[in-house]
Design a protein around this ligand. Sequence first.
Ligand SMILES: C[S@@+](CC[C@H](N)C(=O)[O-])C[C@H]1O[C@@H](n2cnc3c(N)ncnc32)[C@H](O)[C@@H]1O
Length: 256
Amino acid sequence: MKPYYEHAGITIFHGDCREILPQLPKVDAVITDPPYGEVNRSTQGLRLLDKGCADAEKFPLAEILPQLVIRGSSLYVWCGTEQVSGIRSAFVDAGLSTRLCIWEKTNPSPMNGQHLWLSSIECCVYGKEQGAVFNQFCESPVFRGPIAEQNGHPTPKPEWLIAKLIRASTADAATVLDPFMGSGTTLVAAKNLGRKAIGIELEERYCEIAAQRLSQEVLEFEPGPLIPPIAPISLPLEALITEEELEAIEVLDEKE
Ligand SMILES: C[S@@+](CC[C@H](N)C(=O)[O-])C[C@H]1O[C@@H](n2cnc3c(N)ncnc32)[C@H](O)[C@@H]1O
């Protein structure tokens, strides 16, 4: 199997992931964003977007899930809302612990905002094999931040978001796999975090965008916190409020 691109631990294969995946070794984390098959539909005239083949679901996602489950110790699969339960079931059947992660876009498209709630969240199903790396502590799986800059791919994910998942679920020098690589955001984030990565993409023009991004040395950073972080729940009350506030609560308690 000849790679389309290979440099410093980052490899791209141009082709159909259903044919390439069986030839790959097990990796530390699979982080991927398959076509949702959602945005090309016209939804009662409210939404007329065309994301072209990047969003076209060419085969049922269920077909590929068994391949993904055996290839990664941790898995993150971005998906449309209708796909969430199918992916969760596949993970549970494979004995993985699962959580639903949400990305809340802080600058969503205002499209149709006068008719209904904005389309400002995206779902990702997380699966974790027993013993797989998890570097976070008591953190909510709701991630808030902006959408990606346009890069020539119709549906790029922001690098800060994928970098968060890589940091959470891999150790230094781990290998990350993205079988629906698109413009290569997972690979760029992995490279910038010192991880190895393998990407697969059906469309050559997106392989080219990814290769160009990987050749640039510019680092994109995670945005600063947009809302105050939630304090870990295990902290005692005294650590969260001032002495005066604590005294006021105690006085109230005495009055009850
Ligand atoms: C939602 S996009 C991924 C975008 C990516 N997260 C990014 O940041 O650029 C899904 C990609 O999967 C690709 N794709 C669709 N079917 C595929 C297949 N069978 N094998 C490999 N790639 C495929 C599409 O061409 C598309 O670029």
